[in-house]
Design a protein around this ligand. Structure first.
Ligand code: M6R
Length: 614
């Protein structure tokens, strides 16, 4: 959470910084701020509660000149979202300004010590403690800013990506990272700094990802230096970005979420490209094949993830157990990391994360690694922390996902899990050839099927109007579509703020059936599969109690059409791939209900795209 941006070079910094903040706004939008060193060496800080647009309005009347600066968009952790708690924060003498993404866990202790030494605090943030500590260390040791940052950070427990500028030094930004992402863009005689590459890509495609424990010394007209806290020089590993600006824009859609829903036929093509060879009848996920022996030795697979990625993991469990006959456990990363789980070196731990930065998932990876498990990552953001911490992995290649509600990442994750299970099952010899070939064919056909599903758009927009003022929803599914029901409920609650619960349909009668009345719509995924009849019975049970049913059915279905109040028909697809197809009408339904309610679809309240704090 929180997005940070920095610039030093020949351009005016403010427009670059503000554009960068807009790109990073998905990481938090409680407040925004900027610090600039103007041409006479003065250090100006402007900040404001609310979104970046508020900051822009406020800054219209301010002096925003200068070719060096840092900027921040906040997701509040310590202290309510207001102007005072907004970043950047000044040090006591207002000589230093800092921006920070992360959490300083021992901030209370450090703050108390600083207060004893005469420091005063304006905000409730942990970040202000950092900048005061750095100034205190610099003053008492009479050292350079770099040395002060190195000494101060040794006292800090927690996570941080920080950037600091100093009054009277219009040429230098010092930035450091531990467990929060930081990337430096290398332009021609200019540098960019950001939480991810999206603010950088329109200026340069050359970047250096800063590693944990490293400090970047970014100086005008000088080569980039990266050193450790102990002042050892790090070797620069310059990477080339493969991202385009058009991927970061709405492309005519009113919201990123709708654009991303509609991108899914194409993102599935990108996801399977080079991994399915129809002529050779082969699915190859190289991360699995390159570690074939390790995978074949696995006694158990544990999948760790959060949110939508956790729902994809549940589908992964069904796929892997069905085809590979290896026991799979799915864990919330946040629980796994704190409960002393049994992990053996024979285990494979799969970490699923769109952003690759989710703090709990990253910590779960570190824990599993420390106990000798082999770690496989399934991520979207190239170069992010989780893929860099894993032994092997597969990117989902769905392009930047900017809407806070995950859509194309979910279908990409399930597609990669399907390819992983098929690759492993074939390597193990645990899948019959006809079934393998059928699934391979279904994967290839998937983009066309998704085009068909998207034709439901207008019908779903119409239908959504019936539910604008509904207060509660239930989502039901069975088998592979149980996780899809959970995902449908999550989509609705996070962007419309309507309470929604997902359940396995058969669990209804163990409690939730008491909720059924004519006020609560029940969305049932009732596609034609091996447990279709059972699902039909569950629908009957709801109807018998006066419930309203919106059913997702397979094209041509008459049985459910006769009993449900509303139906949405999706194309026929093999059962293991059906959650990918059923997810799309649920995404659209949530989207339109949220739009009808006037919600901020791409940036729902209280949320941020990557949860980089615990
Ligand atoms: O980046 P990750 O996949 O690790 O993120 C995990 C969750 O925070 C994320 O899926 C979240 O639940 C989304 N807002 C769901 O739409």
């Amino acid at each position: 959470m929180c997005g940070i941006v920095g610039y030093v070079g020949y351009r005016e910094a403010y427009p670059v910084l503000v554009k960068g903040l807009h790109r990073l706004e998905y990481r938090g939008y409680d407040s925004a701020g900027v610090a600039l060193i103007c041409n006479d060496g003065g250090l100006n800080v402007y900040k404001s509660k609310g979104k970046v647009a508020e900051l822009e309005r406020y800054a219209e009347t301010q002096d925003v000149s200068g070719t060096i600066g840092i900027a921040h968009t906040r997701w509040a952790t310590h202290g309510e979202p207001n102007d005072v708690n907004a970043h950047p924060h000044f040090s006591e003498s207002e000589r230093l300004a800092i921006i920070h993404n992360g959490i300083v866990e021992n901030y209370a202790l450090l703050k108390a010590a600083l207060i004893e030494n005469g420091y005063t605090f304006k905000s409730c943030t942990d970040t202000e403690v950092l900048v005061q500590l750095i100034e205190y260390v610099q003053t008492t040791n009479n050292c350079t800013l770099l040395e002060a940052v190195q000494m101060a950070l040794r006292q800090v427990v927690g996570a941080y990506a920080i950037a600091i500028i100093e009054k009277g030094d219009p040429d230098r930004i010092i930035a450091a990272r531990k467990s929060s992402p930081l990337v430096v863009g290398l332009g021609n005689d200019e540098y960019f700094l950001a939480s991810d590459a999206t603010p950088i890509v329109e200026y340069t495609n050359k970047v250096v990802y800063i590693n944990d424990g490293e400090i970047a010394v970014i100086e005008r007209h000088k080569p980039l230096r990266v050193v450790t806290l102990d002042n050892e020089e790090s070797t620069l590993d310059v990477k080339k970005l493969r991202m385009s600006i058009s991927q970061l824009e709405k492309g005519g859609y009113p919201h990123f979420m709708l654009k991303e829903i509609f991108e899914q036929p194409k993102t599935i093509v990108d996801c399977i490209r080079g991994r399915i060879n129809v002529e050779a009848d082969n699915v190859i996920l190289s991360g699995v094949i390159d570690n074939r022996e390790r995978f074949l030795r696995a006694k158990r697979i544990i999948i760790v993830a959060c949110g939508t990625s956790w729902h994809a993991a549940l589908i992964g469990e069904y796929l892997i157990e069905e085809w590979c006959r290896i026991p799979v456990e799915v864990e919330y990363a946040s629980e796994f990391r704190y409960r002393n789980p049994v992990i053996s070196p024979d285990d494979i731990v799969i970490a699923i994360s769109q952003s690759g930065e989710t703090a709990d998932t990253l910590a779960a990876v570190e824990l599993a690694k420390s106990r000798g498990a082999f770690i496989f990552g399934i991520c979207n953001v190239v170069g992010s922390s989780i893929p860099r911490a894993t032994d092997s992995g597969a990117y989902i290649h769905v392009g930047p996902e900017i809407g806070v509600a995950s859509t194309k990442a979910f279908t990409g994750q399930v597609t990669v899990l399907t390819m992983l299970a098929l690759t492993l099952a074939r390597a193990k010899g645990s899948i019959e050839q006809p079934l393998y070939l059928q699934m391979l064919g279904e994967l290839v056909r998937l983009p066309d099927l998704l085009e068909d599903v998207l034709r439901l758009n207008a019908r779903i927009e119409d239908l959504s109007k019936i539910f604008t003022y509904t207060k509660n929803f239930l989502y039901l599914g069975r088998g592979y579509n149980y996780p899809a029901a959970l995902e449908g409920a999550l989509k609705l609650k996070e962007i419309s703020y309507i309470h929604a619960e997902g359940y396995p349909a058969a669990e209804m009668k163990h409690g939730p059936i008491a909720l059924i009345d004519s006020e609560i719509p029940v969305v049932v995924i009732a596609t034609t599969d091996s447990i279709y009849e059972k699902t039909v019975s569950n629908i009957q049970e709801i109807k018998a109690r006066g419930g309203k049913v919106l059913a997702i059915v397979t094209s041509g279905d008459q049985t459910v059409r006769n009993i449900a109040d509303y139906v949405l028909e999706v194309p026929t697809v093999a059962e293991p791939l059906s959650p990918i197809v059923s997810a799309i009408p649920l995404q659209l339904l949530a989207y339109y209900i949220a739009v009808n309610k006037g919600r901020d679809v791409d940036q729902p309240r209280n949320l941020a795209k990557s949860v980089t704090v615990e």
